[in-house]
Design a protein around this ligand. Structure first.
Ligand code: SDX
Length: 455
């Protein structure tokens, strides 16, 4: 029902109130037409399409929302991960990340993210068996990998190789079949460490190591990375646990850039391998997962404490960003960064202290006392300390984002599967505000560029 502003009885100085209702609504007065609209609020949001009714002339397509970067736009409803950016809260299926990092394993957390509940002992055994059974790749994949230059960036290798898997499993296009989706999800989770390890070994011109399912997910990954001539690889338990915790911390993070890419590409019913390759591409960006590699390069550039003020000055002058700082959602300390700092100390007991941690801690201390960072609520994010641990463990910086992509594959797939289960699923197709040329007629080439004919 439409009422006009004349129907309202505003008292002087009071906010114009629409028809008094006890349900969740907002009342919008369109000052162009004096029309009043009442729009329902559901779960703290209004449907953007409810704004289309707000028109100011016949044929007017109605109001849109303009939100570059989707800063204030919910693109989906999800039950997987909850973030409270102001309080620095992160929960997977309701469980606080701190408790999962302390008590769970990565594969158990992966089960939780995909199924919604922690597994029983039997479910956990079956899950691990299924995942590890898919850690093996086709031999063709090794030939595909050998085609890359020795110095190819591992993220480029991972992205390309995962996309190539869509040609090995053409049946994966049947995305509407839950059983088919599950098969591909298990395959992708199982194969990612193998592809990542092969990319690492390719860089060093070392032979590929065959997966050893008996070792379990994370120790097998370390086996495929670092096994030499010993008959059976034995992972350092402290480093294995540290890597497993880092995998837990990186597993999902609601609608981040790469997950939104996964949902967007997946909404076209593309196969999960091509879709995951797109998510890997998004993650590789230095503003997203690629930041962990950039943080280490920044710390290398700083090198000594006395150079920190100069870097801070460059940041405040807008000449560069402080990599590993800031977040679209967290306007408080990223809870993952807090846990990663604790993991670092445990790793250093085995590997020896990485001196870059002292530079990073001093950089954090100075930044968090500086008005520029305080006023913009810029805190260390998940990428600020993780690379320091990875370097201490023996990874080269170009491997760091791969270490983000392995666990995040679980989050991407959980969100992708949730999208396909949503009866309201629609292909992603945002609108735009057109700001280009009005109608104009074609100009023959012989008349182009002539000033005398310029309109
Ligand atoms: C990840 O979304 C996720 O959940 C991502 C992630 C996940 O788990 O998936 O958490 C993983 O990607 C972590 C973020 C890793 N990226 C970096 O560390 C790169 C450095 N950070 C920034 O580029 C930035 O903070 C972003 C990209 C993370 C967030 O950018 P926003 O939300 O678009 O914020 P913005 O760029 O609009 O910044 C707001 C203000 C600006 O200043 P003003 O123009 O208002 O003066 O803060 C400034 C920015 O210049 N700012 C920074 C800064 N980040 C923001 N200034 C210096 N250094 C920075 N790092």
């Amino acid at each position: 029902m439409e009422t006009t502003v004349e129907d309202l009885k505003p008292e002087s100085g009071t906010v114009v109130k629409g028809p008094q209702k006890n349900d969740e609504t907002i009342t919008v007065v369109d000052n162009r037409t004096n029309r009043v609209y009442t729009i329902p609020i559901v779960e703290g949001a209004i449907r953007a399409t409810d704004l289309r009714q707000i028109q100011c002339s016949l044929g007017d397509p109605g109001l849109m929302t303009y939100d570059p970067g989707y800063i204030n736009t919910a693109a989906c409803r999800s039950t997987i991960t909850y973030l409270d950016g102001d309080s620095g809260i992160l929960r997977y299926r309701g469980y606080p990340i701190e408790q999962l990092a302390e008590h769970s394993t990565f594969l158990e957390t992966a089960y939780l993210l995909l199924h919604g509940e922690l597994p029983t002992s039997e479910q956990s055994d079956e899950w691990e068996r299924a995942i590890m059974a898919h850690s093996m790749t086709h031999e063709n994949i090794k030939k595909f990998l050998d085609g890359f230059r020795y110095d190819a960036h591992p993220m480029g290798i991972l992205m390309s190789t995962v996309a190539a898997l869509s040609t090995f499993y053409p049946e994966s296009r049947n995305v509407s079949d839950p059983a088919c989706r599950r098969m591909q999800m298990v395959r992708l989770i199982g194969i990612m460490p193998t592809l990542a390890a092969y990319a690492y070994r390719h860089r060093l011109s070392l032979p590929y190591i065959t997966p050893d399912p008996e070792l379990g997910y994370t120790k097998n990954y370390m086996n495929m990375l670092w096994k030499r001539l010993e008959p059976k690889y034995v992972a350092n338990p402290v480093l294995a646990r540290a890597l497993d915790v880092l995998f837990i911390l990186h597993a999902d993070h609601e609608q981040n850039c790469s997950t939104s890419t996964m949902r967007s590409v997946g909404s076209a019913d593309a196969d999960p391998y091509s879709t995951t390759a797109a998510a890997i591409a998004a993650l590789s960006g230095p503003l997203h997962g690629g930041a962990n590699e950039e943080v280490l390069r920044m710390l290398e550039e700083i090198d000594t404490r006395d150079r920190i003020p100069g870097i801070i000055a460059q940041v405040k002058a807008g000449q560069r960003k402080l990599m590993g700082f800031g977040h679209r959602v967290y306007k408080n300390y990223d809870p993952r960064a807090r846990i990663i700092k604790q993991v670092a100390e445990k790793v250093f007991e085995v590997t020896g202290r990485n001196p870059k941690i002292d530079i990073a801690l001093e950089l954090e201390r100075i930044a968090l006392s500086d008005e520029y960072f305080i006023s913009r609520k810029l805190y260390p994010n998940v990428d600020f300390y993780s690379g320091i641990i990875y370097e201490a463990m023996g990874f080269t910086p170009d491997q760091f984002t791969v270490l983000f992509g392995i666990p995040r594959t679980v989050g991407w797939l959980a969100q992708w599967d949730e999208m396909h289960r949503d009866p309201g699923k629609k292909i992603a197709r945002p609108r735009q505000i057109y700001a280009g040329e009005p109608h104009r007629d074609f100009v023959p080439i012989e008349l182009r560029g002539r000033r005398d004919l310029a309109a």
